[in-house]
Design a protein around this ligand. Sequence first.
Ligand code: FEO
Length: 395
Amino acid sequence: MAKKISEKVTWVGKIDWDLRHFHGDELSTHHGSSYNSYLIRDEKVALLDTVWLPYNQEFVERLRQEIDLDKIDYIVMNHNEVDHSGALPELLSHRPDIPIYCTKKGEAILRGQYHQDWNFVNVKTGDTLPLGETTLTFIEAPMLHWPDTMFCYLSGEEILFSNDGFGQHLASEMLFDDEIDQDVLLYEAEKYYVNIINPFNAMAAKKVKQIIEMNLPLKMICPSHGVIWRKNYQTIIDKYLLWSAGGQAEQVTLIYDTMWKSTEKMANAIAEGIRATLPDTKVVTICASENDKNDILVEVGRSKAILMGSPTINNGFSYAIAGMLEMIKGLKFKGKKAAAFGSYGWSGEAVKQISAALAAAGLEVVDDGLSLLWMPDEDAIARCRDYGQSFAAEI
Ligand code: FEO
């Protein structure tokens, strides 16, 4: 159902309650998501973004209940990944003449995706689209998180439309931040940031600072996923400044996989050693094959150091740890220390290989790691504790 969010702006998006995976299987969405589209009705009418392809007909039907499609003067596409542009072909099959305001890169993406010669109007930072009493001002935001991304600001209503920026994969009947559980909201916003925007920290920091310096009167930040920041928009701005600066907590995370519990015992004993040396540091141990990869990455984002452990398997290491290492590399974490550990029965290559992969992922590997033969006995557990203490001393 469409919902009015201010005098001239109505939410006309789609809540996707059942979504559990996004970007293929790259990102888990335990709480579903939404594709937020906004209709601005002033002397001119503008539609901001659409929804994902599977909901294209439902979207256009609902939009039609809200407004005669012939009355739409402009479409603004802040970002053209298919979760926002998927309903464009259906909508434009009814009104192929509507001008689409987007960045030059946005046009290239739409042409590449849909192969249509639509009525594109390219915009840049500072360009405006007067709608009557209100005006849209465009602000390019490249690599937040695609090259085409832009934000736009609606004067009069004092709303920043930020597309994926400040978003959360969170399905909710409630449209506003102050109407839902704050812990869930902030966790989902952080998970979204770490798993999608983290590789582009420098651009995110620059863009958020630019928005702050513009000193825009602000009543709401409307992202394209999740709830609208109405009461706590300063909180999410501050969080973006923190996360984009690589802000870390006093936390160390041990991510491991285990076949017969040897490596798990090592993880627990190393964690004890770290706790003994750094009593004020939060030490988290997580089994990679038993937990959600994207939730683990949130813990990585919060940590100033990580340890990764795996038994040696087939002269290599575990599939779950290999997957985590690939994701850690892709997310381009900076300023984190790291080391490897693991048990083995005969060949024992895992620790050396994981250490190399951590270094290749851009982490500072502080030592050669700890490799133990077979199931750790009391002496070996003591070695793990000692190793945890020496690792703690390095960070
Ligand atoms: Fe929500 Fe980058 O699409």
